[in-house]
Design a protein around this ligand. Structure first.
Ligand code: NZQ
Ligand code: ZN
Length: 389
């Protein structure tokens, strides 16, 4: 573990099927004015909305709402929410939903008192807030992004065809608390459940495929991946299995709460490709990742061969006896491909609405990162996208 780092994660978690009751411990810590933020209505159908509202009322809160936060929240929706939070003099933003709702709440938090245009400041210039921000709490209903315990907030601008994530440097942008009740995820459609599972897996890969040193973070990552393989197979066959779903929920949080990236550089190129595909197609985040992953990993495998061999042996139990490194690494990716198909993930960006004439634009919108095993050039990005079609 050769890197220098600091580590601090202030989000308090409440986990389990009785977790929601802990809102009674958290709500009194904040002022009276709460903005309740949620998505397109799933929480009204499954009853979570009523439960949360009751607790807010019992705690004597003055509640305003931002409803209809869409998957891949837009910059226009951000401006709307900023207006609502300002008018309500919000003391707490309570996000009830998945990564989109939670990310969105963080984006509102840093924008409410911002004097400039938040899209330009945070998403084009990547600046940090220099104004007061609002505390965010989260009741998670969709598992995958890790947004419940990180400082990331992804916003989409359809006009400019950009989907950009800002991971804020200040830990106070992370939710102050998150309620993780696995039962709340049981009403997720299968498509969303498996998209979330792949999002988790890929978050770990993005932080695992880098570096040459012996790093404890990589061993933690392998453990998380192995756990996810077991629980994803259980959940895929039996989506109502609480034990499987609870392990997936906990793995998701640890996959992207800054722990497994400590002491390392990180890759994030699958996410950069996937986000640009998302900007063109508005497709489900996890599926944009699954659709570009194999062409990407097969492309970079020669540059990080040792790590791909380790991945094959330690995560996929590939027997390495008598085989070349290339063969072992290739068998690891083949095992990963079988698992992805078993879950029913989308394996082609064309299935998400991407077409050949979009490839150049998607490549233009792909931010090139330098922490992985190979810094891609534009032509490599175009080739990977074409192979993903
Ligand atoms: O809007 P509603 O009606 O609530 O429906 C949602 C939505 O359609 C539905 N859903 C959520 N919980 C449900 C449910 N349906 C039934 N029962 C439930 N319990 O699921 C759909 C997807 O929800 P969404 O929040 O969009 O999914 P996800 O959690 O995958 O979030 C995706 C967003 O997070 C960003 C993505 O780019 C995307 O914008 N990410 C955030 C990250 C971060 N903060 O670190 C990292 C990730 O890599 C990712 O980029
Ligand atoms: Zn992701």
């Amino acid at each position: 573990m050769l890197g220098n780092f600091s580590y601090c994660n202030p989000t308090k978690l409440y986990f389990g099927d009785e977790a929601l009751g802990y809102l009674n411990d958290e709500l009194p810590k904040y002022g009276k004015n709460v903005v309740l933020i949620y998505g397109g209505g799933s929480i009204k159908k499954n009853g979570i909305y009523d439960e949360v509202l009751k607790l807010l009322q019992e705690n004597d809160k003055n509640v305003a709402e931002i409803a209809g936060v869409m998957p891949n929240p837009t910059v226009e929706k951000l401006y709307e929410g900023v207006g609502i939070a300002r008018n309500h003099h919000a003391d707490l933003l309570l996000a009830v939903g998945g990564g989109s709702v939670c990310d969105y709440a963080k984006a509102v938090s840093v924008s409410v008192n911002c004097k400039e245009d938040p899209w330009e400041k945070y998403y084009l210039r990547f600046e940090e807030p220099d104004c007061e921000t609002l505390p965010v709490g989260c009741v998670l209903t969709m598992v995958g992004t890790g947004s419940e315990m990180n400082a990331g907030a992804v916003i989409t601008n359809h006009k400019t065809k950009q989907k950009i994530g800002h991971v804020f440097a200040d830990e106070k942008i992370m939710p102050r608390f998150s309620i993780l009740n696995p039962k709340f995820t049981l009403t997720l459609p299968h498509y969303q459940m498996v998209a979330g599972i792949y999002d988790i897996f890929n978050h770990i890969c993005e932080q695992y495929f880098s570096g040459e040193d012996d790093n404890t973070s990589d061993y933690i990552s392998e453990g998380l991946m192995r756990s996810l393989l077991v629980s994803s197979r259980i959940a895929n066959k039996d989506p109502q299995n609480y034990e499987g779903r609870s392990n997936i929920m906990w793995t998701a949080t640890w996959a992207l709460n800054t722990l497994v990236s400590r002491g390392k550089t990180t890759d994030w190129m699958v996410h950069m490709l996937g986000q640009s595909v998302g900007a063109y197609t508005d497709a489900t985040h996890g599926m944009t990742l699954s659709a570009v992953s194999l062409p990407y990993y097969r492309h970079i495998m020669p540059y990080g061969l040792k790590k791909f061999v380790r991945f094959a042996v330690n995560v996929w139990d590939v027997d390495s006896a008598g085989k070349s490194d290339e063969q072992v690494a290739g068998e690891g990716l083949a095992a990963m491909e079988r698992w992805m198909k078993e879950l029913g993930l989308v394996m082609k960006i064309s299935e998400l609405g991407a077409t050949e004439d979009m490839v150049e634009g998607i490549a233009d919108g792909t931010i090139i990162m330098s922490g992985g095993y190979k810094v891609l050039d534009r032509q490599e990005i175009v080739n990977i996208l074409k192979e993903s079609l």
